[in-house]
Design a protein around this ligand. Structure first.
Ligand SMILES: CC(C)(COP(=O)(O)OP(=O)(O)OC[C@H]1O[C@@H](n2cnc3c(N)ncnc32)[C@H](O)[C@@H]1OP(=O)(O)O)[C@@H](O)C(=O)NCCC(=O)NCCS
Length: 239
């Protein structure tokens, strides 16, 4: 099974490499998704959310003050940190998960998240920001794949959604590379940069994600997509 599609949490099948950072997180081939830590990640959040080249693609962002960033970290560091590293479905039914993305050199290169989780229908929205100096190197789509494995394999979600302004070609392409499908276009949904923008709507279903993965090993974990447990979940409409 290619490492890019494995998810190593808290030492599970972590392979033979010892990470530089003590936080193991969720592992792809090159990237790791780790819990956000204000000491490590806050300055980059402020920098990226206030970079016009990045912010122009963030549908609802008008920039991020230090106070907003501190509040955000306060929110996502506590409860979310425990859930995102515990390798169990959350009992507290959290509505969002946020991770910092580290590259193969343990450099912080972005953030990715699942939010607006609707536990009744097992549907959630997703988003990603990558440091612009490393755009188009495959980090974004890899982070989205690892996130999808967590969403479907651990949280048991049925559907992940995303949207992107129509001129955000990199985002649409990265989402498609990660396995999302283009589902439609909401015409003139966003006012930005002095004009209306269409919003491209994309989605990925758990069975599409499972079908895109290599066949599971005989003793694959119970929560893995493709496992009996996952297939039972796929047949259920609600939990
Ligand atoms: C969207 C984003 C997360 C993608 O991250 P990334 O690391 O660049 O993604 P990837 O490298 O995995 O994939 C990007 C793909 O788009 C392609 N691409 C990027 N810009 C492009 C452009 N202007 N025209 C055509 N293709 C483009 C890349 O070549 C790559 O495709 P390929 O691998 O088939 O060549 C990153 O660009 C970003 O942070 N953008 C600003 C914030 C944002 O828009 N977030 C998403 C909306 S919520």
């Amino acid at each position: 099974m290619p490492r890019s599609h494995t998810l190593d949490v808290a030492g599970e099948a972590a392979g033979d490499e010892t990470p530089v950072s003590p936080i193991i997180g969720l592992r792809g081939e090159r990237i790791r998704l780790v819990p956000p830590d204000r000491n490590l990640h806050l300055e980059n959040a402020i920098r990226w959310w206030n970079d016009p080249e990045v912010a122009k693609f963030l549908v609802s962002s008008l920039g991020m003050t230090r106070g907003m960033a501190e509040e955000w970290f306060e929110r996502v560091q506590g409860r979310e940190r425990i859930h995102a590293t515990a390798w169990v479905a959350p009992s507290g039914l959290s509505r969002e998960f946020v991770w910092a993305i580290h590259d193969e050199h343990d450099t912080h290169i972005g953030f990715t998240w699942i939010h607006n989780i609707d536990w009744r229908y097992r549907v959630a929205t997703s988003g990603t920001v990558i440091e612009k100096s490393v755009w188009s190197k495959g980090y974004g789509s890899e982070a989205m794949r690892v996130r999808a494995q967590f969403a479907f394999g651990v949280l048991g979600l049925h559907r992940l959604e995303a949207d992107a302004m129509a001129d955000n070609i990199g985002s649409v392409r990265a989402l498609e590379r990660a396995g999302y499908r283009r589902e439609g276009v909401a015409r003139q949904k966003v006012w930005a940069r002095g004009e209306w923008h269409d919003l491209v709507l994309l989605g990925m279903l758990e069975e599409e994600y499972a079908a895109s993965r290599p066949a599971p090993a005989k003793n694959a974990g119970a929560g893995e997509p493709g496992s009996a447990q996952s297939k039972r979940r796929a047949g259920r409409k609600t939990r």
